[in-house]
Write a protein that binds this ligand. Structure first.
Ligand SMILES: Nc1nc2c(c(=O)[nH]1)N(C=O)[C@@H](CNc1ccc(C(=O)N[C@@H](CCC(=O)O)C(=O)O)cc1)CN2
Ligand SMILES: Nc1ncnc2c1ncn2[C@@H]1O[C@H](COP(=O)(O)OP(=O)(O)OP(=O)(O)O)[C@@H](O)[C@H]1O
Length: 205
């Protein structure tokens, strides 16, 4: 198979799975978010983690908002991905709570504002300092394969995980069950997930 047909297939799958996500009703979204919440709050990787990266749901993604609230009540620190303004296509993780000033990134997703690089550094943490990363995804397979929105942001940011088997951070994708496929094609740059949690099950790779 040529590289271009392979790319076409990836893009077709991405489109179809994004369509599946968006087709869920508000009630289905709410129930899925509650099921995911109940599943995750009893996992040792969640209970143990002090610094957790999550995301604000967009485009039909399963919503981790209940998890953000719970983690904060438990005294954990939550971080959101922010598109790096200088280095292209990597993420920063910025501390998030009710008082965090927010703005929209170029994809229309809310993210913490970075006003002053110097002052704001204490609110930022590097990918290696996180204990747990709950990643958004478009499609997944039960072996930890992940397909995202296509920017390669998470893959680039966590590329260090390939050499570094330190068990930290733990990478767990969050998904609707309808985003599961049998087997995703693996690209050389793809970073495998330790697990995927859906509204129905936890798939440990
Ligand atoms: N909720 C959430 N936040 C996230 C991500 C995510 O997947 N979900 N990201 C994970 O990486 C980063 C943003 N990545 C994104 C990549 C592409 C598109 C997107 O909608 N692209 C358009 C076309 C591009 C354009 O508008 O210029 C599209 O595919 O239709 C959105 C977010 C950081 N924050
Ligand atoms: N570590 C890396 N170094 C250089 N380029 C990379 C790296 N990771 C991904 N890319 C590039 O990023 C592009 C998008 O990758 P891919 O389609 O796997 O993104 P994705 O995982 O769906 O997106 P995201 O992680 O933002 O949700 C690819 O064209 C790839 O060449």
């Amino acid at each position: 198979m040529t590289i271009s047909t392979d790319l076409n297939q990836r893009n077709q799958l991405r489109r179809a799975m994004r369509h599946n996500r968006r087709a869920l009703s508000p009630l289905q979204q709410k129930q899925a978010a509650e099921r995911l919440f109940r599943l995750l709050i009893r996992q040792p990787f969640f209970l143990r983690a002090k610094r957790i990266a999550l995301y604000l749901a967009s485009d039909g993604e399963i919503d981790p908002q209940l998890l953000i609230q719970k983690a904060q009540q438990m005294g954990k620190t939550c971080y959101l991905p922010v598109l790096q303004p200088l280095v292209t296509n990597r993420l920063w993780f910025v501390r998030y709570d009710k008082r965090t000033p927010m703005g929209k990134n170029r994809f229309g997703i809310s993210e913490p504002k970075i006003k002053n690089f110097g002052n704001r550094k204490q609110n930022r943490c590097t990918a290696k300092q996180l204990d747990l990363v709950l990643l958004p995804l478009v499609a997944f397979d039960p072996a930890g394969g992940r397909m995202g929105m296509g920017g390669g942001f998470y893959d680039r940011t966590f590329a260090f995980m390939r050499q570094h088997i330190a068990g930290k951070p733990v990478l767990v994708g969050l998904a609707h069950e309808c985003q599961k496929v049998d087997k995703l094609p693996i690209a050389s740059w793809d970073i495998p997930l330790h697990a995927v949690a859906s509204d129905q099950a936890l798939y440990v790779a």
